[in-house]
Write a protein that binds this ligand. Structure first.
Ligand code: ADP
Length: 653
């Protein structure tokens, strides 16, 4: 259905006022971007060959120019190396010095003054070595007969390499495009990834720009820090209208955040409202993000888009933007959750995107004959597809987890891979976490964790007793998260020694059920139906175990947070939960947590009971696992390196 939107009514924010220079430009977006594009294009092209030329010329020069250079180098290097192979070459000069040095050794032992007396002798040797330098610097090497060594001695490659310099992987520029990013706006794991991965990539020699919608709900403290970068107008689909695109920028810890501003689309108090509103919003956002890159004349090597909200980016890029500067970029599309795909009827999507007909064929966006699927289109056009764990990458190619895209994903499986998420150690660190009652690390966790438990019990009005087994659950309250399994076993969990804390919002049925349990088990069950970051931190620190019984879980971050805080995860073996939590083995004590495989309430109860047994009966072993989990590397470093490798694979220049 074609949605009519009210005229933009010049909703440019304060930002627009700040830009008198460009305020007058009211040209249609793409058209405005295009000229810039065309001007820029040659420049880009000109650069490329330049880079490529540099190599061959460098090589070509070698014979001629390098003769001079190497002559110089050789002249210099041997001077440095002289001391080592000096032996061979400098036999004449250096050997004279060597015996002197050797002779000094015994002498040195004799008396100190003697040693001092030797110094001048040693110094004498140095000038001798230096003497060779000028000779070597002569354009042509000295005749072989004369001072042969310094010039003729081959350069030893081993010494050429600066051994202490660590390997620095080549620099790449990457534009992240997605719909949420902590701390500006976050509803789940996507927000965490959009925050942490760019920061880690900066450390791994990447230039990163994160492009986000400028939602009105972004906290004022960040809105105030944004700086106006420019504005332009852009046509959108078949609407026949020009849409304002403002760019507000915020640079933080080496990452540049560009917020696409248009109050017509982003003025709601929540990033996601309903598909009717969200489809046009993210059609606009995907196109505006690409147009903004052209406008800023910042052309990345790789565009990394996330989930269905940015899935049209590769589609736009390979169609309407192919001939523009940004068209040279490679694309990666990451699936954080396949359940959400952005499906709407074809006429509506044609209206809002204006994409050519071939995009609406079965191989790309078309689905079930009358619908178009934005994620499906993105998967078809992206150069690489990633998802957030290896197991999930495999699962989504099966009917059970494929959300009707399993065939499409199997078809594109050659470009699909799983890279498990990490957590940001700056944000998640029990040793420095300001939200906690008592900070702790792996060395004193057993002394301090219980203090956090007592503080948490007090905060939530639970019976204060460090002997109780406290189970946390921090989650969106949706069908995905296995909450029906939890509901089914709550009465059996509540044995008088166990407390349960739920933190989350979502479907009313789950919210109400947990509220009911809070009433039924006063002092032992706490239902925090809210989104509260710092309380989440305190639950990770104060609980003994964290429940993640998901029906499916692409990666899952809560189990990683929990392990890092010494809280043992109880998880279903699916997706990233399977990849990150090794089942505890009662025979040899290995493992990180307690797991069950089939989606079954009885199996969940069994896993919880196994955990309780370890906790109450084998506390020594439990404590070992606590420390092992805290020591486990769940940081972004390793995952970011895999993303960087992927970018390099796509851009092998
Ligand atoms: P998903 O992305 O499916 O929601 P993840 O496990 O990947 O689940 O990520 C959830 C993230 O959101 C975690 O960082 C978790 O701590 C946080 N979170 C979830 N619910 C809440 C809540 N109610 N309050 C605070 N943080 C929450």
């Amino acid at each position: 259905m074609a949605r009519k939107k009210p005229e933009p009514a010049k909703k440019q924010p304060a930002a627009a006022k700040a830009a008198p220079a460009s305020a007058g430009k009211t040209v249609a977006v793409v058209e405005q971007a295009k000229p810039a594009v065309k001007e820029a294009e040659p420049a880009v092209k000109a650069e490329k060959p330049a880079v490529k030329k540099a190599e061959p010329t460098a090589k070509a020069e070698k014979p001629a120019a390098e003769q001079a250079k190497t002559a110089e180098k050789k002249a210099e290097k041997p001077a440095v190396k002289k001391t080592e192979p000096a032996a061979k070459a400098e036999k004449a000069a250096a050997k004279k010095a060597e015996p002197a040095v050797k002779a000094e050794a015994p002498a040195a032992k004799k008396t100190e003054p003697a040693a001092k007396a030797e110094k001048p002798a040693a110094k004498k040797a140095k000038p001798a070595a230096k003497k060779t330098k000028p000779a070597a610097k002569k354009p042509a090497p000295a005749p072989v007969n004369e001072v042969p060594a310094p010039v003729e001695e081959p350069v030893h490659p081993v010494e050429e390499a600066p051994m202490e310099q660590p390997y620095v992987s080549p620099r790449r520029s990457v534009a992240f495009i997605g719909s949420e990013c902590h701390p500006f706006v976050k509803t789940g794991g996507l927000g965490d990834v959009m925050y942490a991965l760019p920061r880690e990539l900066v450390k791994q020699n990447c230039d990163v720009r994160v492009i986000l919608p400028r939602y009105a709900c972004i906290p004022q403290q960040y809105q105030e820090k944004m700086v106006y970068r420019g504005e332009f107008y852009m046509d959108l689909g078949l609407t026949g209208r020009s849409y304002y695109v403002g760019i507000m920028e915020y640079v933080w810890d080496g990452v540049v955040y560009d917020f696409i501003d248009n109050q017509e689309f982003f003025s709601a108090g929540n990033p996601y409202i309903s598909l009717v509103d969200d489809i046009p919003k993210y059609c606009y956002f995907s196109k505006a993000a690409l147009a903004a890159l052209n406008f800023l004349n910042w052309i990345p090597d790789v565009i990394h888009c996330h989930d269905w909200q940015a899935a049209l980016v590769p589609v736009y890029l390979r169609t309407m933007f192919q001939g523009t500067p940004v068209g040279r970029a490679k694309t990666v599309l990451t699936i954080h959750n396949l359940r959400f795909q952005g499906i709407y009827n074809i006429p509506t999507l044609k209206y809002w995107t204006g994409l050519p007909n071939e995009v609406f064929e079965m191989g790309a966006m078309k689905q079930d004959y009358e619908d178009a699927n934005m994620l499906k289109g993105g998967l078809a056009y992206a150069d690489r597809i990633t998802t957030v764990s290896g197991t999930y990458a495999w699962e989504i190619q099966t009917p059970e987890y494929g959300e009707h895209l399993e065939d499409h994903l199997r078809y594109h499986s050659y470009k699909l891979r799983g890279i498990v998420n990490g957590i940001d150690y700056g944000m998640w660190n029990p040793a420095t976490d300001p939200a906690l009652a008592v900070n702790y690390d792996i060395t004193n966790v057993l002394d301090h964790k219980w203090q956090n438990k007592l503080a948490l019990q007090e905060e939530l009005g639970l019976v204060q007793d460090q002997g109780k087994f406290v189970i946390g659950l921090i989650s969106r309250l949706t069908n995905q998260k296995g909450l029906d399994l939890v509901n089914a076993i709550v009465p059996e969990l509540m044995d008088g020694n166990t407390q349960v804390i739920v933190l989350g919002t979502g479907d009313k049925q789950y919210e109400d059920t947990f509220r009911y349990y809070e009433n039924a088990y006063r002092g032992m069950f706490s239902a925090c139906i809210q989104y509260d970051e710092s309380r989440a931190h305190r639950i990770y620190a104060g609980a003994d175990a964290l429940l993640v019984p998901s029906r499916f879980e692409p990666c899952g971050l809560t189990q990683l947070n929990a392990m890092h805080y010494g809280t043992l995860p109880i998880v279903r073996e699916t997706g990233g939960l399977k990849d990150t939590v090794e089942p505890y083995n009662i025979f040899n004590g290995d493992g990180n947590g307690f797991t069950f495989d089939r989606y079954d309430a009885g199996l969940l109860l069994d896993a919880v009971n196994r955990a309780k047994t370890e906790y109450f009966v084998n506390r020594y072993h439990w404590d070992e696992v606590v420390q092992r989990d805290m020591a486990k590397d769940v940081s972004w470093q390793n995952s970011a390196r895999q993303y960087k490798d992927l970018y390099l694979e796509l851009t092998p220049w």
